[in-house]
Design a protein around this ligand. Structure first.
Ligand SMILES: C[S@@+](CC[C@H](N)C(=O)[O-])C[C@H]1O[C@@H](n2cnc3c(N)ncnc32)[C@H](O)[C@@H]1O
Length: 257
């Protein structure tokens, strides 16, 4: 049974986006791209219980369940939950699902419930105002045990903002090696503004298409929010390497409570 959130979301995933998602991320290529980063990070931090805050199509939750972690999977989108359940059946695993909006997690989970919280696949970008972003990070902080970790990522939106004109002319630089790795479905920015980016997702022959409107974090903006939410030690990785690379596709943060 799902208990639905009372907050009205401003950004829904269309059915088209949900159906394109598995081919957009390519599960096995995502694992190749991160090369054990997630599992090693969780093991190094002695994590057992994981709260995957944004289940999506189940790619990371199903992988971690198979690796023996105790995973609770959350998403506020019932279409994505259905897709994840379909995938879990195929993969012979059982998901433990909740359907709460991040902004009210603390009302549904006790303080200090999990060893790790995941917010992966460039997800915080679904929220547009600082108040909601910060509130979400504070909810994650609250449900983490003492010394627990948040693993969160973001796209390199600074590149989108800096190279807007070139990108909109069709010269979009993207390696396709990390996080979103599929070859059958691609995503291109079709609008880039200071406070919103519109991404178009389509398969090769453009038969199936969907859009998402996302918030483009500026360089260091997410890092500052993480500190403001109370996280003490924040380690930044660029495409999973422990360095700062201005040309990376993704930044990943491992943050300790
Ligand atoms: C970009 S997708 C990433 C999905 C998955 N984690 C991955 O890596 O492929 C973002 C996910 O976050 C979920 N989401 C967005 N805002 C949310 C919120 N406020 N509360 C709960 N889930 C949310 C969306 O429904 C969607 O499934």
């Amino acid at each position: 049974m799902y208990i639905m959130s009372s907050i009205v979301a401003e950004n829904y995933n269309s059915k088209a986006v949900v159906n394109l998602w598995p081919d957009f991320i390519d599960w096995s290529k995502r694992r190749q791209g991160e090369n054990g980063f997630l599992k090693k990070t969780l093991e190094k931090n002695k994590v057992n219980s994981v709260f995957d805050s944004c289940l999506g199509d189940g790619c990371d939750s199903i992988y971690l369940l198979k690796e023996g972690f105790d995973v609770t999977s959350n998403d506020f989108d019932l279409e994505f939950i259905k897709k994840a359940q379909e995938n879990a059946r195929k993969e012979n695993v059982k998901l433990n699902i909740s359907s709460f909006d991040w902004r009210e997690l603390g009302r549904h989970y006790d303080k200090e419930s999990f060893d790790a919280v995941l917010c992966l696949g460039n997800s915080l970008t679904y929220l547009f105002c600082k108040k909601d972003q910060l509130n979400t990070l504070r909810q994650f902080y609250k449900i983490l045990k003492k010394d627990g970790i948040l693993v969160i990522d973001e796209r390199n939106y600074q590149y989108f903002l800096d190279e807007k004109d070139e990108i909109l002319k069709g010269n979009f630089r993207y390696s396709g090696k990390f996080v979103y790795c599929g070859k059958k479905v691609h995503a291109y920015p079709i609008k880039i503004e200071k406070n919103r980016v519109v991404m178009e997702y389509s398969d090769k022959n453009k038969k199936n298409k969907g859009n998402l409107v996302l918030y483009p974090f500026r360089r260091n903006e997410m890092k500052k929010l993480l500190a403001e939410a109370g996280f003490k030690k924040i380690q930044q990785f660029s495409d999973y390497k422990k360095e700062f690379n201005p040309d990376a596709d993704f930044y990943i943060y491992v943050c300790r409570k």
